[in-house]
Design a protein around this ligand. Structure first.
Ligand code: ADP
Ligand code: MG
Length: 696
């Protein structure tokens, strides 16, 4: 491995490169744009573009691209070379300020949910100068936002940036109330922990389901799964270690702070955690991380599966969104601090999060909704589909004391007055034990654990930022007019706890009793994507996002359409893949095997009185199961055709959930049973055992 500090960010046009390569005035002007969000002077852009191009060419780049995250959930790029013809028939390498700031990709092939009228195919991409440009595979990539010509966001970055602005504005108001005038900006920070599976490429290539859908649609349980709990934090296999080393190098070159890596609970499952950074950069980095994981795996003849549930019966993969708020003066606003003053400020931000999560639990659920993630949430391996907050006993007791005007602590038996008393220290350990909570306070940040492994962190952070911005706005409105700030603050925190304490739950989220209790508390339990998505169009939610200028109503409707359609398309592809596998491969293979058995029976009979009970029994079992599978296959084909007839996107997604998924599960049960009695060499696909233990 080369020198890490030399390697780190070697492919990033970051602050130190800018300082080295830009004229002082240009550098300063760009810094103002980056730090204070001012718009960029075209003359400055020209100088920056030129320096960026020279730097990129020195690093071997020949092309540039505006790199963006359309609503498909993937990242998109269209490469243009730097070459430009000259009058004398030669070429020069050029990259203008305009090309840096704005691009005009044809938007017609990206999902827009009706936002982009068909006659206006163009959209434009605009540079996000707060996320550094980087070189990937010989291409200078410029992180950009992607909008329609009407200004509607066609991507995931635009609303994320808007939501960061919304929370910045309201947090600054709140900080001013605490006399904190030197803070110029508040940014949210995110550290996403990413889970994934690695399997051998040869085995992968033999599974149509993995190739077409990213998950196995059939597969009997292997004799060994994760029951021995021997994989978590276990010794990393050499092939996996080689992959991780390579992956780290690639991520480090891009300035991605890959930090922790370990085996996860399921066989073949692993996790990577970066060091946290500003949210929009973390979102870009997570998107890049997923892409590079897949590329590096390929180099090692493995496939990196980012599906939320590639294998039935073993844990699926999620992503943990660690989230906090940080000032430009370097203070984490979710850190309780040491003084009564810091404590009071912390409690107010804490109350803001509690209120936000309670008021917008539906939107948080929507932000992680996908066909893949429906297999995890509520399945006793990931958090339940009910959103709740874990605070730990100490913090909960403090809040209770404030709420009930009850004495806190054993010694002094004093009433806890916000802004006057110091909170006791709560060690990280005491806040980090609960692994079943969807939204856990972990000492100085919140960890939202409902995201699927393939979820974009943007969606979740748009909701989180905006919902907390709304709480802060309400708090600031109330406190700005208060006669006595300290009293008003105390009352506000007390009031917020009283109103929203139902969302706090420190117990075991896997316990059935919790679901009953959650229902009693009036918390939502949105088990599936089609049940969750319609909440995004509820009036209170539209009001939230439009009032903070994060989404327009049209943008919200578009997203609802796209997500509903995406769900239906996903299930449809899975159903068609199952039909194909059963029809073309599995049933014919089983039938051939049955033929072999009957031949054996006949041959034995021809030899006289030879016992053929084994073959006969097996033949009878297999024939019965094959008949059942055939009927279930026909049923699946029938409901898929019915689903195609439904025009309304929401109704169609519900039909897929209620009818198609049921028919798929039914077929799977019978086929998996067949797999357990048909010999391996007659079964057309590698088994779960081969898939899960394929990497040595
Ligand atoms: P663990 O959850 O395994 O105990 P850590 O608490 O160190 O590990 O952090 C998990 C993730 O949370 C890491 O990606 C880390 O960078 C991130 N994280 C830590 N502090 C913050 C913060 N203030 N804001 C956002 N993410 C953070
Ligand atoms: Mg974690």
């Amino acid at each position: 491995m080369s020198n890490i500090s030399e390697l780190f960010a070697s492919n990033v046009f970051n602050d130190s490169v800018m300082q080295q390569r830009l004229p002082k005035e240009t550098y300063k002007a760009l810094q103002r744009t980056i730090k204070e969000g001012r718009s960029l002077d075209p003359n400055v852009a020209t100088v920056v573009a030129n320096a960026m191009k020279d730097w990129a060419i020195e690093k071997g780049a020949t092309h540039y691209t505006h790199w963006f995250q359309p609503l498909s959930g993937l990242s998109a790029e269209k490469h243009d070379s730097f070459i430009s013809p000259t009058a004398d028939g030669e070429i020069i390498m050029e990259f203008s300020g305009k090309e840096l700031i704005q691009g005009e990709p044809d938007a017609s092939s990206f999902p827009s949910g009706g936002l982009r009228a068909t006659f206006e195919a163009r959209g434009y991409t605009a540079w996000d100068p707060t996320s550094y440009a980087f070189i990937k595979d010989g291409v200078l990539c410029i992180p950009t936002a992607f909008c329609s010509y009407g200004g509607e966001a066609l991507d995931k970055k635009t609303p994320l940036l808007r939501s960061m602005e919304a929370i910045n504005k309201q947090a600054l108001r709140v900080l001013k109330l605490f006399g904190n005038n030197e803070v110029k900006s508040v940014k949210t920070t995110v550290g996403p922990e990413q889970e994934y599976f690695l399997i051998d490429e040869d085995v992968y290539n033999q599974r149509k389901d993995l190739i077409y859908t990213g998950r196995t649609l059939f597969g009997a349980k292997p004799p060994k799964g994760q029951e021995l709990e021997d994989h978590y934090f276990g010794i990393i296999k050499p092939r996996v270690q080689a992959f991780m080393n390579d992956l780290n190098d690639e991520l480090w070159k891009l300035g991605i702070l890959a930090k922790t890596e370990h085996n996860e609970v399921a066989p073949a499952q692993h996790e990577l955690a970066p060091i946290f950074t500003t949210t929009n950069i973390a979102a870009d980095h997570n998107q890049l991380t997923m892409e590079i994981m897949q590329k590096v795996a390929k180099k090692h003849h493995m496939v990196c599966l980012l599906h939320e549930k590639p294998f039935a019966g073993v844990n699926g993969s999620g992503k943990h969104n660690n989230w906090a708020l940080s000032t430009d003066t370097g203070v984490n606003l979710l850190n309780p601090g040491d003084t009564p003053y810091e404590n009071a400020q912390f409690l107010l931000f804490l109350a803001a999060v509690i209120q936000a999560v309670d008021d917008y639990q539906d939107m948080l659920r929507v932000s992680v909704a996908s066909a893949g993630n429906d297999h995890r949430l509520g399945a006793n391996e990931a958090p339940p589909a009910v959103v709740s907050i874990f605070l730990g006993t100490e913090l909960t007791e403090i809040l209770q004391a404030i709420e009930q005007d009850a004495p806190y602590g054993n010694k002094e038996k004093e009433l806890l007055k916000v802004g006057v008393h110091t909170l006791p220290k709560f060690p990280k350990d005491s806040t980090d034990r609960n692994r079943t909570s969807p939204f856990a306070f972990t000492g100085n940040k919140f960890e939202f654990r409902m995201l699927g492994s393939f979820s974009s962190v943007s969606c979740t952070n748009v909701v989180l930022n905006t919902a907390v911005a709304e709480s802060l706005k309400q708090f600031a409105d109330q406190l700005e007019g208060a006669a006595n700030f300290e009293d008003a603050l105390h009352d506000l925190i007390k009031q917020t706890i009283t109103t929203h304490k139902r969302i706090i739950f420190n117990g075991n989220g896997y316990d059935d009793a919790w679901l009953t209790e959650a229902e009693r508390r009036g918390l939502l339990n949105l088990r599936t994507t089609p049940e969750a998505l319609p909440y995004s169009l509820h009036e209170k939610n539209i009001k939230l996002f439009t009032s903070h200028k994060v989404y327009s109503e049209a943008e919200m409707k578009a997203r609802f359409e796209i997500l509903s359609e995406n769900y239906s398309k996903t299930i449809n592809i899975e159903a068609l893949t199952m039909i194909d596998m059963a029809k073309k491969d599995i049933l014919p293979a089983v039938s051939r095997y049955a033929h072999e058995l009957s031949d054996t029976v006949l041959a034995k009979a021809a030899c006289g009185e030879i016992d053929s009970s084994y073959e006969k029994d097996l033949l009878s079992k297999i024939s019965k199961l094959t008949g059942t599978a055939y009927r279930k296959l026909q049923k699946l084909e029938e409901v898929v055709l019915q689903a195609h007839e439904i025009e309304d996107a929401a109704a169609q997604s519900l039909f897929y959930k209620d009818n198609v998924i049921t028919a798929m599960s039914e077929l799977r049960i019978t086929v998996d049973e067949l797999e357990t009695i048909v010999p391996a060499d007659s079964w057309p696909y590698p088994s779960y055992g081969k898939l899960l233990f394929s990497v040595k």
